[in-house]
Design a protein around this ligand. Structure first.
Ligand code: DTB
Length: 327
Protein backbone atom coordinates (compact mmCIF):
# COMPACT_ATOMS: atom_id res chain seq x y z
CA UNK A 1 0.00 0.00 0.00
CA UNK A 2 1.58 3.28 -1.11
CA UNK A 3 0.59 6.08 1.23
CA UNK A 4 2.68 8.61 -0.67
CA UNK A 5 3.87 8.43 -4.30
CA UNK A 6 7.32 9.72 -5.21
CA UNK A 7 5.64 12.44 -7.26
CA UNK A 8 3.61 13.62 -4.26
CA UNK A 9 6.72 13.69 -2.07
CA UNK A 10 8.71 15.50 -4.78
CA UNK A 11 5.98 18.13 -5.04
CA UNK A 12 6.19 18.75 -1.27
CA UNK A 13 10.01 18.61 -1.20
CA UNK A 14 10.36 21.15 -4.03
CA UNK A 15 8.06 23.78 -2.59
CA UNK A 16 9.50 27.25 -1.84
CA UNK A 17 11.37 26.68 1.41
CA UNK A 18 9.66 29.04 3.87
CA UNK A 19 6.20 28.09 2.59
CA UNK A 20 7.14 24.44 3.06
CA UNK A 21 8.31 25.19 6.61
CA UNK A 22 5.09 27.05 7.48
CA UNK A 23 3.20 23.94 6.32
CA UNK A 24 5.39 21.47 8.25
CA UNK A 25 5.26 23.65 11.34
CA UNK A 26 1.45 23.37 11.23
CA UNK A 27 1.65 19.57 11.02
CA UNK A 28 4.12 19.54 13.93
CA UNK A 29 1.79 21.66 16.11
CA UNK A 30 -1.14 19.38 15.33
CA UNK A 31 0.73 16.28 16.50
CA UNK A 32 3.12 17.26 19.28
CA UNK A 33 3.37 19.52 22.30
CA UNK A 34 5.26 22.59 21.08
CA UNK A 35 8.76 22.80 22.55
CA UNK A 36 8.89 19.24 23.89
CA UNK A 37 12.04 17.53 22.63
CA UNK A 38 12.73 13.79 22.71
CA UNK A 39 16.29 13.72 24.07
CA UNK A 40 18.26 10.59 23.17
CA UNK A 41 21.65 9.57 24.45
CA UNK A 42 23.65 7.27 22.22
CA UNK A 43 26.32 4.89 23.50
CA UNK A 44 28.59 2.71 21.40
CA UNK A 45 29.07 -0.39 23.56
CA UNK A 46 31.25 -2.18 21.02
CA UNK A 47 33.18 -0.06 18.52
CA UNK A 48 35.25 -0.52 15.36
CA UNK A 49 36.52 -3.45 13.34
CA UNK A 50 33.23 -3.74 11.45
CA UNK A 51 33.29 -6.01 8.36
CA UNK A 52 30.77 -3.80 6.51
CA UNK A 53 32.08 -1.24 3.98
CA UNK A 54 29.70 1.70 4.60
CA UNK A 55 31.51 4.62 2.88
CA UNK A 56 30.57 7.07 5.63
CA UNK A 57 31.62 5.02 8.63
CA UNK A 58 34.64 5.44 10.91
CA UNK A 59 34.11 1.94 12.30
CA UNK A 60 34.53 -0.01 9.06
CA UNK A 61 37.56 -2.32 9.02
CA UNK A 62 37.81 -1.57 5.28
CA UNK A 63 39.21 1.92 5.95
CA UNK A 64 42.06 3.28 8.05
CA UNK A 65 40.50 5.81 10.43
CA UNK A 66 41.35 7.15 13.90
CA UNK A 67 38.85 4.79 15.50
CA UNK A 68 40.34 2.02 17.62
CA UNK A 69 38.34 -1.21 17.89
CA UNK A 70 37.11 -1.88 21.42
CA UNK A 71 35.59 -4.95 23.02
CA UNK A 72 32.09 -5.02 24.55
CA UNK A 73 31.65 -2.58 27.45
CA UNK A 74 31.02 -3.91 30.95
CA UNK A 75 27.40 -3.85 32.16
CA UNK A 76 28.24 -1.66 35.17
CA UNK A 77 29.85 0.97 32.91
CA UNK A 78 26.77 1.04 30.68
CA UNK A 79 24.52 1.45 33.75
CA UNK A 80 26.66 4.36 34.92
CA UNK A 81 26.31 6.01 31.50
CA UNK A 82 22.54 5.47 31.64
CA UNK A 83 22.26 7.08 35.08
CA UNK A 84 24.32 10.04 33.86
CA UNK A 85 22.05 10.36 30.81
CA UNK A 86 18.93 10.28 32.97
CA UNK A 87 20.33 13.07 35.15
CA UNK A 88 20.81 15.27 32.08
CA UNK A 89 17.19 14.82 31.03
CA UNK A 90 17.51 12.00 28.50
CA UNK A 91 14.25 10.35 27.43
CA UNK A 92 15.68 7.38 25.54
CA UNK A 93 19.02 5.56 25.76
CA UNK A 94 20.33 4.11 22.47
CA UNK A 95 22.76 1.18 22.59
CA UNK A 96 24.88 0.71 19.48
CA UNK A 97 27.15 -2.24 18.74
CA UNK A 98 28.97 -2.42 15.42
CA UNK A 99 28.54 -5.40 13.11
CA UNK A 100 26.75 -6.94 10.14
CA UNK A 101 24.10 -8.78 12.07
CA UNK A 102 23.10 -9.94 15.53
CA UNK A 103 24.57 -13.34 16.40
CA UNK A 104 23.19 -15.55 19.17
CA UNK A 105 26.37 -15.29 21.22
CA UNK A 106 27.66 -13.81 24.47
CA UNK A 107 27.73 -10.30 22.97
CA UNK A 108 24.00 -10.51 22.32
CA UNK A 109 23.37 -11.91 25.82
CA UNK A 110 25.33 -8.96 27.21
CA UNK A 111 23.29 -6.47 25.19
CA UNK A 112 20.05 -8.08 26.43
CA UNK A 113 21.28 -7.58 30.02
CA UNK A 114 22.09 -3.94 29.16
CA UNK A 115 18.56 -3.41 27.82
CA UNK A 116 17.03 -4.75 31.05
CA UNK A 117 19.38 -2.67 33.22
CA UNK A 118 18.82 0.59 31.34
CA UNK A 119 15.05 0.03 31.47
CA UNK A 120 15.30 -0.48 35.24
CA UNK A 121 16.95 2.95 35.44
CA UNK A 122 13.65 4.39 34.12
CA UNK A 123 14.81 5.12 30.57
CA UNK A 124 13.29 4.08 27.27
CA UNK A 125 15.75 1.87 25.40
CA UNK A 126 16.67 1.59 21.73
CA UNK A 127 19.27 -0.66 20.08
CA UNK A 128 21.12 -0.51 16.77
CA UNK A 129 23.00 -3.78 16.28
CA UNK A 130 22.82 -4.44 12.53
CA UNK A 131 20.56 -6.92 10.82
CA UNK A 132 18.49 -9.33 12.92
CA UNK A 133 15.92 -12.11 12.51
CA UNK A 134 12.42 -12.31 14.03
CA UNK A 135 13.52 -14.56 16.93
CA UNK A 136 16.25 -12.09 17.93
CA UNK A 137 13.80 -9.20 17.65
CA UNK A 138 11.45 -11.08 19.97
CA UNK A 139 14.24 -11.59 22.52
CA UNK A 140 14.97 -7.84 22.49
CA UNK A 141 11.28 -7.13 22.94
CA UNK A 142 11.09 -9.53 25.89
CA UNK A 143 14.09 -7.81 27.44
CA UNK A 144 12.06 -4.59 27.42
CA UNK A 145 13.38 -2.84 24.31
CA UNK A 146 11.17 0.03 23.09
CA UNK A 147 12.57 0.60 19.60
CA UNK A 148 15.14 -0.73 17.17
CA UNK A 149 17.19 1.55 14.91
CA UNK A 150 18.00 0.29 11.43
CA UNK A 151 18.59 3.08 8.89
CA UNK A 152 17.79 2.80 5.19
CA UNK A 153 20.52 5.48 4.81
CA UNK A 154 19.56 6.65 1.29
CA UNK A 155 17.49 5.64 -1.75
CA UNK A 156 17.32 2.10 -3.10
CA UNK A 157 19.04 3.34 -6.32
CA UNK A 158 21.97 4.98 -4.54
CA UNK A 159 22.46 2.36 -1.83
CA UNK A 160 25.06 0.23 -3.64
CA UNK A 161 27.18 3.37 -4.31
CA UNK A 162 27.59 3.70 -0.55
CA UNK A 163 27.56 0.11 0.71
CA UNK A 164 28.36 -3.09 -1.20
CA UNK A 165 28.52 -5.67 1.64
CA UNK A 166 24.71 -5.79 1.95
CA UNK A 167 21.60 -4.72 0.08
CA UNK A 168 18.64 -2.38 0.53
CA UNK A 169 16.47 -5.48 0.61
CA UNK A 170 18.44 -6.74 3.62
CA UNK A 171 17.57 -3.48 5.41
CA UNK A 172 13.88 -3.80 4.66
CA UNK A 173 13.85 -7.43 5.85
CA UNK A 174 15.28 -6.44 9.21
CA UNK A 175 12.71 -3.63 9.50
CA UNK A 176 10.04 -6.27 8.84
CA UNK A 177 11.42 -8.47 11.64
CA UNK A 178 11.48 -5.48 13.98
CA UNK A 179 7.87 -4.53 13.25
CA UNK A 180 6.79 -8.16 13.48
CA UNK A 181 7.97 -8.36 17.07
CA UNK A 182 6.00 -5.30 18.15
CA UNK A 183 9.10 -3.13 18.55
CA UNK A 184 8.86 0.46 17.39
CA UNK A 185 10.93 1.28 14.29
CA UNK A 186 13.62 3.94 14.31
CA UNK A 187 14.82 4.43 10.74
CA UNK A 188 16.24 7.34 8.77
CA UNK A 189 19.33 8.19 6.78
CA UNK A 190 22.14 10.48 5.79
CA UNK A 191 22.39 13.45 3.43
CA UNK A 192 25.61 14.83 2.00
CA UNK A 193 26.96 11.53 0.63
CA UNK A 194 26.82 12.67 -3.01
CA UNK A 195 23.18 11.61 -3.44
CA UNK A 196 20.79 13.61 -5.65
CA UNK A 197 17.59 15.30 -4.54
CA UNK A 198 15.78 12.37 -6.23
CA UNK A 199 17.69 10.02 -3.93
CA UNK A 200 16.63 12.02 -0.88
CA UNK A 201 13.03 11.88 -2.08
CA UNK A 202 13.51 8.14 -2.69
CA UNK A 203 14.69 7.62 0.88
CA UNK A 204 11.72 9.55 2.27
CA UNK A 205 9.44 7.53 -0.04
CA UNK A 206 10.79 4.26 1.42
CA UNK A 207 10.36 5.43 5.01
CA UNK A 208 6.89 6.92 4.57
CA UNK A 209 5.60 3.77 2.88
CA UNK A 210 6.89 1.17 5.35
CA UNK A 211 4.01 -1.09 6.46
CA UNK A 212 4.10 0.83 9.75
CA UNK A 213 5.66 4.30 9.59
CA UNK A 214 8.77 4.71 11.79
CA UNK A 215 8.09 5.99 15.29
CA UNK A 216 11.40 7.82 15.01
CA UNK A 217 13.28 9.20 11.98
CA UNK A 218 16.90 10.29 12.49
CA UNK A 219 18.19 12.60 9.77
CA UNK A 220 21.99 12.76 9.65
CA UNK A 221 24.18 15.28 7.89
CA UNK A 222 27.30 13.42 6.80
CA UNK A 223 30.25 13.95 9.12
CA UNK A 224 33.19 13.39 6.71
CA UNK A 225 35.57 10.93 8.42
CA UNK A 226 39.29 10.97 7.51
CA UNK A 227 40.22 7.70 5.83
CA UNK A 228 36.75 6.91 4.47
CA UNK A 229 35.72 7.28 0.80
CA UNK A 230 33.52 10.27 1.74
CA UNK A 231 36.23 12.11 3.68
CA UNK A 232 36.31 15.06 1.25
CA UNK A 233 32.56 15.57 0.88
CA UNK A 234 31.46 19.12 1.56
CA UNK A 235 29.16 19.90 4.44
CA UNK A 236 25.39 19.88 3.79
CA UNK A 237 23.99 23.38 4.27
CA UNK A 238 21.11 23.98 6.65
CA UNK A 239 18.66 24.75 3.81
CA UNK A 240 18.97 21.18 2.55
CA UNK A 241 18.54 19.83 6.07
CA UNK A 242 15.43 22.01 6.54
CA UNK A 243 13.90 20.64 3.33
CA UNK A 244 14.44 17.06 4.53
CA UNK A 245 13.02 17.76 7.99
CA UNK A 246 9.97 19.65 6.71
CA UNK A 247 9.13 16.99 4.12
CA UNK A 248 9.64 14.16 6.61
CA UNK A 249 7.36 15.98 9.06
CA UNK A 250 4.54 16.35 6.51
CA UNK A 251 4.61 12.79 5.16
CA UNK A 252 5.24 11.15 8.58
CA UNK A 253 3.24 13.49 10.84
CA UNK A 254 3.50 11.34 13.99
CA UNK A 255 7.16 10.39 13.69
CA UNK A 256 9.72 11.85 16.07
CA UNK A 257 12.14 13.57 13.65
CA UNK A 258 15.67 13.78 15.03
CA UNK A 259 18.52 16.08 14.10
CA UNK A 260 21.26 13.46 14.38
CA UNK A 261 24.86 13.49 13.10
CA UNK A 262 26.14 16.88 12.04
CA UNK A 263 24.39 18.91 14.74
CA UNK A 264 27.80 19.80 16.20
CA UNK A 265 28.35 21.98 13.13
CA UNK A 266 24.97 23.76 13.44
CA UNK A 267 24.54 27.15 15.08
CA UNK A 268 21.73 27.70 17.59
CA UNK A 269 19.92 29.68 14.89
CA UNK A 270 20.16 26.79 12.43
CA UNK A 271 18.88 24.33 15.04
CA UNK A 272 16.01 26.70 15.90
CA UNK A 273 14.99 26.66 12.23
CA UNK A 274 15.11 22.84 12.28
CA UNK A 275 12.77 22.78 15.30
CA UNK A 276 10.44 25.26 13.59
CA UNK A 277 10.40 22.99 10.52
CA UNK A 278 9.20 20.13 12.73
CA UNK A 279 12.28 18.38 14.12
CA UNK A 280 11.58 17.40 17.73
CA UNK A 281 14.49 15.24 18.87
CA UNK A 282 18.25 15.43 19.35
CA UNK A 283 21.10 13.24 20.54
CA UNK A 284 22.53 14.68 23.76
CA UNK A 285 26.00 14.11 25.15
CA UNK A 286 29.35 15.22 23.82
CA UNK A 287 29.92 12.14 21.67
CA UNK A 288 27.76 10.31 19.17
CA UNK A 289 29.29 6.94 18.26
CA UNK A 290 32.77 8.16 17.41
CA UNK A 291 32.33 11.85 16.52
CA UNK A 292 31.80 14.93 18.71
CA UNK A 293 28.37 16.29 19.60
CA UNK A 294 27.35 19.49 21.44
CA UNK A 295 28.19 19.51 25.17
CA UNK A 296 25.30 19.13 27.62
CA UNK A 297 25.83 22.69 28.86
CA UNK A 298 25.59 24.07 25.35
CA UNK A 299 22.32 22.23 24.76
CA UNK A 300 20.93 23.32 28.14
CA UNK A 301 21.69 26.92 27.18
CA UNK A 302 19.89 26.42 23.85
CA UNK A 303 16.90 24.75 25.56
CA UNK A 304 16.55 27.70 27.97
CA UNK A 305 16.98 30.24 25.18
CA UNK A 306 14.41 28.61 22.88
CA UNK A 307 11.98 27.47 25.60
CA UNK A 308 12.48 23.75 24.96
CA UNK A 309 12.12 20.91 27.45
CA UNK A 310 12.92 17.19 27.34
CA UNK A 311 9.98 14.78 26.93
CA UNK A 312 9.77 12.68 30.11
CA UNK A 313 10.60 8.99 29.70
CA UNK A 314 7.50 6.79 29.40
CA UNK A 315 9.20 4.29 31.72
CA UNK A 316 8.67 4.72 35.46
CA UNK A 317 11.74 3.99 37.51
CA UNK A 318 11.66 0.44 38.91
CA UNK A 319 13.85 -0.17 41.92
CA UNK A 320 15.09 -3.72 42.24
CA UNK A 321 12.76 -4.21 45.24
CA UNK A 322 9.68 -3.66 43.06
CA UNK A 323 7.58 -6.79 43.40
CA UNK A 324 6.31 -8.16 40.10
CA UNK A 325 2.70 -6.97 39.77
CA UNK A 326 0.55 -10.11 40.02
CA UNK A 327 -2.32 -9.36 37.65
C1 DTB B 1 21.50 7.61 13.48
O1 DTB B 1 20.75 7.74 12.48
N1 DTB B 1 22.54 8.39 13.76
C2 DTB B 1 23.24 7.95 14.95
C3 DTB B 1 22.33 6.73 15.40
N2 DTB B 1 21.35 6.66 14.39
C4 DTB B 1 23.07 5.42 15.55
C5 DTB B 1 24.68 7.55 14.65
C6 DTB B 1 25.42 8.82 14.20
C7 DTB B 1 26.88 8.47 13.98
C8 DTB B 1 27.65 9.70 13.54
C9 DTB B 1 29.06 9.38 13.24
C10 DTB B 1 29.77 8.77 14.44
O2 DTB B 1 29.63 9.31 15.54
O3 DTB B 1 30.45 7.74 14.26
Amino acid sequence: MERWTKEQIAEIYNKPLLGLMYESNEVYKQNFEVGEIVVNTLLSVKTGGCPEDCSYCSQSSKYVTDVKASKMMELEDVKAKAREAKENGTTRFCISSMGTRVRNNRDFDNVLEMVKAVKAEGLEVCCTLGMLNPEQADRLKEAGLNAYNHNVDTSDEYYDKIITTRTYKDRLETLEAVAGSGLKICSGGIIGMGETHEDRIGMLHTLANLPEQPESVPINCLVPIKGTPLENNKRVDVWEMLRMIATARIIMPKAVVRISAGREMMSTEEQALCFMAGANSIFAGNKLLTTPNPEIGTDNHMFNLLGLKPRPSSVHERSSTDLPIIS
